[in-house]
Design a protein. Structure first.
Length: 266
């Protein structure tokens, strides 16, 4: 990744049949979809790793298909997060981290740890899980983003734990999951899940303007006003921070158009 703080706007995955009509050129071979998508947008969130392991050679192939400066965020295995006792996830965490993600090299962005909507916050158990997350793999520093989806995480105790371990909290723009816009790490990770099929750019122009302003404010080390926080805004950092903003779910066929429309504003 770039050493200068940047805003990475992207989508989830690159294989989605409706994108053959709304995103990809009609004559593009399916095998070149990643190559093409990675030259339209600076980031992609890999979701397949949540469901099953990938080979190191697959990560290397994805790395080689994308240009310099491109970034993959990687969703961690569900076997590490979908369990009743998170403190017992050590083997699953290690297996995922050592599965080959290091093959992405400098294109490795944050790891997203997604928890079930039914998973309630338990300070002792969640703190034990965070202690299992490694700081690096094969010499590459790791950055962790926590996608917590239960209302019980909207508390000061959770924020304190996430900050203690330097993990970012995913800010989800959705009707289904509680929003937590509090800054808990040294980067910001946002997932926008409100795209609409009837809009050519997926979201209204005013919303895109607001998202651009938020991304720039976060990148500059500030915190945008008016967001749904649990606690008071954290003190502004003296340095800027990376921002990752992905258009996920919603009317997925419009996600690339929304991402590119946001990029034009940035």
């Amino acid at each position: 990744m770039s050493t200068a703080p940047s805003i990475y706007v992207g989508i989830g995955g690159w294989n989605f049949e409706p994108w053959r009509q709304t995103f990809y050129p009609p004559d593009l071979p399916a095998a070149r979809e990643l190559e093409w998508a990675s030259r339209q947008l600076p980031a992609i969130e890999i979701n397949s790793t949540y469901y099953s392991s990938q080979k190191p050679s697959t990560f290397a192939k994805w790395r080689d298909a994308t240009p310099e400066g491109f970034v993959f965020s990687v969703k961690a295995s569900r076997f590490a997060t979908n369990r009743s006792v998170l403190a017992e996830a050590g083997e699953s965490v290690q297996r995922f981290v050592e599965s080959g993600i290091a093959e992405l090299g400098t294109k490795l962005g944050p790891i997203v740890w997604q928890f079930a909507p039914t998973k309630r916050f338990d300070a002792a158990d969640f703190g034990a899980f965070l202690a299992l997350l490694p700081k690096s793999v094969a010499g590459l520093p790791l950055r962790h983003a926590l996608d917590v989806r239960h209302e019980s995480f909207r508390c000061e105790a959770y924020l304190a734990l996430a900050r203690q371990h330097g993990a970012a909290t995913v800010f989800t723009e959705s009707d289904d999951y509680p929003p937590i816009a509090d800054i808990t790490g040294d980067f910001v990770y946002s997932r926008v899940m409100r795209t609409q099929s009837e809009l050519s750019e997926g979201v209204p122009a005013a919303t895109l303007d607001a998202l651009a302003a938020c991304a720039q404010s976060w990148r500059n080390g500030d915190e945008p006003a008016g967001l749904p926080r649990v606690g008071a805004p954290a003190p502004a950092l003296a340095k800027a921070r990376d921002v990752f903003m992905f258009f996920i779910s919603g009317a997925k066929e419009r996600a690339p158009a929304a991402a590119m429309a946001l990029m034009r504003r940035l």
